[in-house]
Design a protein around this ligand. Structure first.
Ligand code: FAD
Length: 250
């Protein structure tokens, strides 16, 4: 590639090196990226990375204070996925391009005291960043976090160990993971909540007496979950914000 056509040298992209990779299942993996240039972002924002000119946005799980950018990715095999088949091949030491600026308005909102964070699988990533950041910045007190996370299988939660550990240390954090296929042999050891997470949220809000005042419901991940949750919350008075990872008709 010549100096004129190399997008990194032209300054439209920077690069990032993979320093660590963990595969959770055949489809789910985490990547840690060391950006070549400083990469400031707000908890909840996303970065846009690429391989061979194919780029996609990824929410960031790490806190802005961390040296590396941590991503949680679902592999979409060919012929459906374009970038993830390439990402899935990458090893420690390989590089990706990264757009120089983080983007996104789906960020922690300190105007509210109760943060109800609803996600499916990789949709938990912005909430991990928000929680890590909140806890490291001398919390102001009075905030409550309710993480309601849905997955088909128990090995898809990705951050359950970290969030359960935080829940033990911080009474303001509550974690409710739910599997939607409880009868599948893969979930045979599951003893937690059952059902699609969007079907549990309204009952949870009322059973837990979470007031509409001072509460923001955040939803991130599968567009079907988001669409349904948005409809369910429409007349409830809860403030609501969402981040869709893809469109339902794609
Ligand atoms: C703001 C934003 C943040 C995102 N953050 C993440 C993230 O943290 N982790 C992540 O894995 N993806 C995330 N995505 C989706 C990501 O950008 C890619 O679309 C996805 O990784 C698939 O890329 P692809 O090129 O292989 O397939 P694409 O060509 O992008 O998509 C092919 C098809 O795969 C399906 N699909 C896309 N993403 C997913 C997914 N995550 N799970 C299941 N099916 C999917 C859709 O039906 C889509 O039409 C995010 C998207 C947006 C808009």
């Amino acid at each position: 590639m010549t100096q004129q056509t190399d997008p990194i040298l032209k300054g439209r992209f920077s690069s990032a090196t993979i320093t660590r990779r963990v595969d959770l299942t055949d489809e789910l993996f985490k990547l840690w990226l060391a950006p070549a240039d400083r990469f400031p972002f707000k908890p909840g924002q996303y970065c846009t990375i690429g391989v061979d000119g194919i780029e996609r946005p990824y929410s960031i799980a790490s806190a802005p204070s961390e040296d590396e950018i941590e991503l949680f990715v679902e592999y979409i095999p060919l012929p459906y996925g374009e970038l993830t088949p390439l990402l899935h091949e990458l090893k420690v030491g390989d590089t990706v391009t990264i757009r120089p600026r983080a983007k996104g308005l789906f960020v922690f909102n300190p105007e509210y005291k109760n943060h109800v964070m609803v996600s499916t699988v990789t949709g938990v990533t912005p909430f991990v960043s928000m929680l890590r950041t909140y806890l490291e910045n001398s919390p102001r007190g009075g905030d409550r976090f309710y993480l309601l996370e849905g997955a088909s299988y128990l090995d898809e939660f990705g951050y359950d160990e970290e969030i359960l550990a935080l829940e033990k240390l911080h009474p303001e954090i509550t974690f409710v993971p739910s599997v939607s296929r409880p009868d599948d042999p893969r979930n045979s050891s599951w003893t937690g909540a059952k059902g699609r997470i969007n079907n549990l949220v309204l009952d949870y809000l009322s059973d837990t007496d979470i007031p509409t005042k001072d509460t923001l419901v955040y939803a991130c991940g599968h567009p079907g979950m988001i669409e349904d949750l948005r409809e369910k919350l429409a007349d409830t008075g809860y403030a609501y914000t969402e981040e869709r990872f893809w469109k339902d008709d794609e």
